[in-house]
Design a protein around this ligand. Structure first.
Ligand SMILES: [Zn+2]
Length: 558
């Protein structure tokens, strides 16, 4: 099957996006020319359009127990009724629930031109369910990061001074048996400490039961990730999320990694000072300076967008602290198999509220102060800062200074007085948007076949009508192709295509087997959790469904 996209601007952040040329989709891959002796099956003439690789969301909560708690707490009106409200512009219809079901998730992402999404907090005990949901999500390639760093057996081993090779073997087994493509750590040790009534755990504080500190946990896990050669570095949710003055512990966390590669998740929630009349201020410049100075760090922003959403986090310590701010007033907290926790808390971000206004400005500051878009990725930490359906609006905020200022002028007056946002006149170019939403996340995840328009890459592309309003442009692509097949056109959803579940390739994959075949380890697991470790392991066939295969990303080259 050969598709020709003619006279189209090509933009992937690497090539000159002003260039107009022909692009070919040949048997599911991109090509510059038609193979000799072949003929084109379909041609689309596209002057006035730009083609980008399919979008990649590096951090979006789309599968697992917490998203179902969200659906229970904020039950949705039917999707059809939401679309019915704006039948001529279905992309403007509000999401009646900030966390839609699997089908609607796939539909809304493909409708923006996104084709690959990663669930960033897959609890070991919840991985089977998270994968079941992602497998059920149409039009998207998916992957998950296994959540470690609060799991009792690991804490106990670190406290006992277990050798690194044992922990690395264990991490390898955790990745392999839960079909993960990376490792996430949330408030290292803090979720477990909360269960002993502790309300904070700073970088060098000791856990109330186990003789471990967050610093030690982060070091041990990042060493394991590096020894295994995982493409994506340790994906870190720092301590003290959302607290005034937390920039100190965020910078201390960066220092604790001692120059190893790291990714800071939803960084907007981790760069607050405690100055000003409300004791809450922006410290985005301090984090941006660190990111600008390092070639080992990437972040995703976790931008706040105004309106109703729900916050979902394994960080029960933080979520418990925030419980009185729930809007509407309902919450769920869970302990999960002594492995982590979960807090679900509806939230409404308001322009009239000082902290919410400032959070909005801080997220944008990070985008604008970090010079290289290969280091800063576009997320709202869906649904925490807002539903992912707000991405086209966020893109306009980045590309259009006047539009940004028109919203800024509606913020809480004290934010307008103190924020430096008006001085940041930078406007993202289309190439920079392509980098922050495509090639940047692809590189950070070791996905060499995505995020680019290079010949040989997957023919997952979105064609947008060039429009002076980026929100309108990115809300409604003219066409989206996956594996060279047209799956979306002008508001119509067409047939689904082949999809993959992306899992980690590891340097010494047998290390995973080494850990699980030890009788001693099997017994330790049984003693701790009450069942065999083989029961938790996900079989490959559980990841498959019609049209969904398993794909391995690359080992990090070092
Ligand atoms: Zn998150």
């Amino acid at each position: 099957m050969i598709v020709q996209l003619s006279q189209v601007r090509c933009c992937d952040g690497r090539v000159d996006s002003t260039q107009v040329r022909d692009l070919f989709l040949v048997d599911g891959l991109l090509a510059d020319t038609v193979p000799r002796g072949s003929k084109v099956d379909s041609e689309y003439r596209l002057p006035g359009h730009v083609v980008l690789p399919g979008g990649i969301d590096i951090h979006t909560h789309i599968g697992g127990g917490k998203v179902n708690l969200a659906r229970l707490l904020l039950p949705s009106r039917s999707v059809d009724s939401a679309i019915h409200q704006a039948p001529s512009k279905p992309w403007l219809a509000p999401l009646s629930c900030p966390v839609p079901n699997t089908w609607e998730t796939g539909r809304r992402y493909i409708q923006m031109g996104y084709t690959t999404c990663f669930e960033p907090a897959m609890l070991p005990a919840g991985a089977r369910h998270a994968h079941a949901e992602m497998r059920d999500t149409p039009w998207l390639d998916t992957g998950g990061y296994v959540l470690l760093g609060n799991e009792r057996m690991l804490l106990q081993w670190i406290a006992q001074g277990a050798p690194q090779h044992l922990i690395t073997d264990y991490v390898a087994w955790m990745i392999r048996s839960h079909a993960a493509c990376a490792v996430k750590v949330v408030n290292a040790g803090g979720i477990d400490a909360f269960k002993f009534n502790q309300r904070h755990l700073d970088i060098d504080e000791t856990h109330p039961i186990f003789e471990v500190s967050p610093r030690r946990i982060l070091q041990v896990l990042s060493t394991a990730v590096s020894e295994l050669g995982l493409a994506h570095p340790l994906h870190v949710h720092c301590s003290n999320l959302g607290k005034a003055g937390n920039i100190d512990s965020t910078l201390a966390t960066i220092d604790a990694l001692e120059g190893r590669r790291m990714h800071i998740a939803h960084a907007q929630y981790h760069c607050y000072g405690n100055d000003g009349p409300h004791g809450f201020s922006s410290a985005a410049h301090l984090l941006a300076d660190r990111v600008n100075a390092s070639n080992q760090m990437t972040i995703d922003v976790g931008q706040v967008l105004f309106g109703q959403t729900i916050t979902l986090s394994a960080d029960t310590m933080h979520q418990f602290e925030n419980r009185k701010r729930a809007n509407p007033r309902k919450t769920v907290f869970q302990d999960i198999e002594c492995q982590a926790g979960c807090g679900a808390l509806p939230f409404r971000y308001r322009q009239s509220q000082y902290v919410h206004s400032l959070q909005w400005a801080i997220g944008l500051e990070l985008f604008l102060r970090i010079n290289d878009p290969r280091k800063v990725f576009l997320t709202t930490d869906h649904p925490n800062g807002g539903p992912f359906t707000g991405y086209p609006h966020l893109i306009r905020l980045l590309m259009d200074y006047d539009f940004r200022m028109s919203i800024f002028e509606q913020l809480h007056p004290d934010v307008q007085k103190t924020s430096t946002l008006p001085q940041l006149k930078r406007q993202y170019t289309l190439d920079e948007i392509a980098t922050a939403t495509r090639s940047g996340p692809a590189a950070a995840l070791g996905l060499s076949n995505r995020g680019t328009l290079r010949p040989g890459s997957l023919a997952d592309v979105a064609v947008y009508r060039i429009d002076s309003d980026p929100e309108s442009m990115f809300s409604n692509p003219a066409m989206v192709f996956r594996r060279g097949k047209l799956v979306y056109r002008e508001g119509r959803f067409l047939e689904d295509s082949d999809k993959t579940t992306i899992v980690a390739e590891m340097r010494d994959r047998e290390r995973a087997e080494d850990w699980s075949t030890s009788k001693e380890h099997q017994q330790l697991w049984r003693d701790r959790y009450g069942y065999s470790p083989s029961r938790t392991a996900i079989r490959r066939d559980e990841l498959l469904s019609e049209g969904r295969l398993v794909e391995e990303n690359q080992v990090h080259a070092s």
